[in-house]
Write a protein that binds this ligand. Structure first.
Ligand code: NCD
Length: 327
């Protein structure tokens, strides 16, 4: 698959053969991971990691991916909002040109970007003089987190290879979460005849643009806002994709109800038994109270194991796809 940037799920949804190639590459990355890395693979390539919002997994796994493939980390900011010129109001079209200017060949640079504003990410790509942009989680209720989704879909495929017509339940803060937006774009393309069930408090419902996209393409989805329906959602689901209530994005009465919202669709010992034996429990993390501690040890829960692993592999594959042609 030839790509200049990795920005949104639609790039992969539009090219399923390319996605298969990408996943083959991701699986190949497992050998490199298992051997402890091969720094010759992307020798001469450089990474600029710009994180303007908090991140643990995405940032760490990109750094590991860069280590395994021998990418030089030229610049790394885990608080770019406060400790880079972004704090002084620098515009994305300048930031991308500045970072590109230091390299004799900007095509050897990848800028791994986490940003609160999706349009800022688009500007990085638009004004880039050759550096490749990877969306490491950008935007909010208009946003996407495409590398998370690539890893999530790979996890479902690897964990449940024979899964036909999966029912995927997305649960929690669907309005503010960018992971579920990216997943909604890609999952129904990859898994034919899937049904998506959105389960959330009514004020945190999935945004209309995603629902319009699903309807326009004839993909099936349902919505529920009633905690009393949650056991039935769990009973139907092949994949239970939990997300946290994003307190930082709540205001007014939603903020007052933060605690209540977390518990309304909580997975716990009381309802865990209702999930199919072959079901898969996923979460992009970090989690709060929507996951009771006992869920961690459930054999169907993969958010601390293969989901993390596959996310690392797709990040390695993403770096390889963008940078290898120039190394
Ligand atoms: C998510 C994010 O930042 O969008 N985390 C992640 O990268 N895995 C989800 C979240 O913040 O809850």
């Amino acid at each position: 698959m030839e790509l200049a940037h990795i920005l949104e799920s639609q790039q992969f949804a539009a090219d399923l053969d390319g996605l298969d190639d990408f996943y083959r590459l991701a699986i190949d990355m497992e050998h490199i991971f298992e051997s402890g890395g091969d720094p010759s693979i992307l020798k001469g390539a450089h990474a600029v990691n710009l994180f303007s919002q908090p991140s643990t997994r995405t940032h760490a796994s990109f750094r590991w991916a860069q280590y395994y493939l021998g990418v030089n980390i030229a610049f790394d900011s885990e608080n770019a909002k406060d400790f880079s010129s972004e704090s002084k109001g620098e515009v994305p079209r300048h930031t991308v040109r500045v970072h590109s200017q230091y390299c004799h060949d900007p095509r050897k640079i990848v800028i791994v970007l986490r940003h609160g504003n999706f349009k800022a990410m688009q500007e990085f790509a638009q004004y880039s003089p050759g550096a490749h942009i990877i969306n490491a989680g950008c935007g909010k209720s208009d946003g996407q987190h495409v590398t998370q989704t690539l890893g999530d879909v790979l996890t479902i495929r690897r964990e449940r290879p024979g899964l036909k017509r999966p029912v995927i339940a997305m649960v929690g803060d669907l309005r503010n979460g960018r992971t579920v937006r990216s997943l909604s774009y890609l999952a129904p393309r990859v898994f034919p005849e899937t049904k998506i069930i959105f389960a959330s408090p009514i004020t945190l419902a999935m945004m209309p643009d995603i629902k319009e996209y699903l309807s326009r393409h004839g993909f099936v989805y349902e919505e529920t806002f009633e905690p009393k329906d949650f056991p039935e959602v769990l009973r139907q689901a092949d994949v239970v994709y939990m997300t946290r209530i994003q307190r930082e994005d709540l205001a007014g009465s939603d903020l007052d109800r933060f605690e209540e919202y977390q518990l309304a669709f909580q997975l716990n010992a009381g309802n865990l038994d209702g999930i199919k034996e072959t079901g898969l429990i996923m979460h992009p993390l970090p989690s709060n109270k929507e996951l009771a501690p006992e869920v961690d040890d459930d054999p169907r829960a993969v958010y601390l194991t293969s989901q993390l692993h596959n996310n690392l592999l797709v990040r390695m594959a993403g770096l390889h796809t963008l940078l290898k042609p120039h190394c």
